[in-house]
Ligand binder design. Structure first.
Ligand SMILES: *[C@@H]1O[C@H](CO)[C@@H](O)[C@H](O)[C@H]1NC(C)=O
Ligand SMILES: *[C@@H]1O[C@H](CO)[C@@H](O)[C@H](O)[C@H]1NC(C)=O
Ligand SMILES: *[C@@H]1O[C@H](CO)[C@@H](O)[C@H](O)[C@H]1NC(C)=O
Length: 369
């Protein structure tokens, strides 16, 4: 067995994973074009309730599509996938499938307490030429050896999925300058169900496993190149994002002192960030070629504040930038200081419903000073 459970203490923080599985949501459909800005839902839709504890309570909100900002809308506490990995040192070249219990934890919907999740089956293959693999189980992942990555199909609201969702690992390639990239995809086939259309079903992502738990001030750069294309055959709701977590405590991504940071590159189907109802908290100009609106609110299930940046102009399939600039911009607006620890970092896609295939090539790493 290549990767022993004991070598892979996945610490999935309850934190941002804490997503309600029981929401009283009620609105009709979501079939319009959400192209360039965050627009609320189509006219007449009643955006429903958030879990108890959320500031916006349970009243339905009527929203006009053309009057963005005029009406509060539903908020999805976007996912997080905090992952702490001890890289395996195994050099086995065999292929194996492990069925093991990990320390994956997802916050229980009503208690915010971390619930241990039994890891069903994680397909792992070996060494330099790990075979491509489809990860379709609720918490399936593959750790890519000799890379800084884990590829994860994190279905934290699997109970709400009618259909299927897979995260597929293709291959690791190297660019001409030697930078590693991972080819992967997210295949969503989730039925629109009115009562859960407002519930994010999970997060498909490539997470960092190296050079985390480092002070921001000790990081030289976080080069990221995220290239994607999504083709949907039915209305799709979801996004493309980066998701990082910081805390002044090294390695802590579960305490309420943690910060969850999201950088949304693209979103459609009416997805909105947590804190939307509070309005724009701040504006960050001239970051990655556009201006960004900051939305902020504590995830009621975890107490962890989520700070989401949404671009003035969405990215249409390509992002290239040094994510340290993003974190430094958040230092400037006072969310944390430069000595805080970067404990979690990943790139992925959140999904609510739809039949869609998202193919991606990603380069992402943390370079220490
Ligand atoms: C290496 O190439 C990739 C893709 O061509 C580019 O995004 C990255 O900035 C380059 N890195 C360096 C260190 O030149
Ligand atoms: C995704 O990749 C698969 C296999 O490489 C290909 O068949 C499919 O057309 C691609 N889809 C998109 C949306 O690029
Ligand atoms: C893809 O999803 C978007 C957003 O939900 C929707 O506007 C569009 O109509 C969908 N495309 C198809 C072919 O269903």
């Amino acid at each position: 067995m290549l990767i022993q459970a004991s070598l892979v203490p996945l610490l999935l923080s309850a934190s941002a994973l804490a997503l309600p599985t029981h929401q009283d949501v009620d609105f009709d459909d979501c079939d319009q074009d959400w192209s360039d800005e965050v627009s609320p839902a189509p006219s007449g839709q009643a955006f429903g309730a958030q879990p108890s504890g959320h500031a916006f309570g349970s009243q339905p909100f009527g929203v006009q599509p053309s009057s963005a900002g005029a009406a509060p809308v539903q908020v999805q506490p976007s996912s997080v996938a905090p992952v702490n990995i001890q890289p395996s040192t195994s050099t086995s070249t065999s292929t194996s499938t492990s069925s093991s219990s990990t320390q994956s934890a997802v916050a229980a919907p009503t208690t915010a307490a971390a619930a241990t999740v039994q890891h069903e089956a994680s397909t792992t293959t070996s060494s330099n030429t790990q075979a491509s693999t489809d990860l379709c189980g609720d918490y399936d992942y593959i750790i890519l050896e000799d890379t800084p990555w884990i590829v994860y199909n994190m279905l934290y609201n699997a109970d709400e999925i009618v259909g299927s969702q897979c995260t597929n690992y293709g291959e690791v390639t190297a660019t001409s300058n030697g930078t590693q990239e991972v080819v992967w995809s997210s295949v969503t086939d989730i039925e629109y169900v009115e009562s859960t259309n407002n519930v994010p079903k999970g997060y498909s992502f490539v997470g960092l496993t190296e050079n985390l738990e480092t002070r921001l001030s000790a990081i030289d750069s976080i080069p990221a190149e995220y290239v994607w294309s999504r083709t949907n055959t039915t209305a799709f709701k979801g996004n493309i994002c980066f998701d990082f977590m910081t805390n002044d405590i090294k390695g802590d991504s579960t305490s309420t002192s943690s910060h969850e940071l999201m950088l949304w590159l693209q979103y459609e189907g009416g997805q909105l960030p947590i804190g939307w109802t509070n309005g724009v908290v701040d504006t960050i100009d001239d970051l990655f070629g556009t201006s960004w609106k900051l939305y902020q609110e504590a995830n009621a299930d975890t107490g962890i504040t989520v700070s989401s940046l949404l671009p003035e102009t969405q990215f249409e399939g390509t992002f290239d930038g040094d994510l340290k600039e993003w974190l430094e911009a958040l230092v400037k607006v006072g969310i944390f200081d430069a000595d805080t620890y970067v404990n979690v970092g990943n790139a992925g896609t959140e999904f609510f419903y739809g039949n869609a295939v998202m193919n991606s090539t990603l380069g992402l790493q943390i370079n220490l000073s």
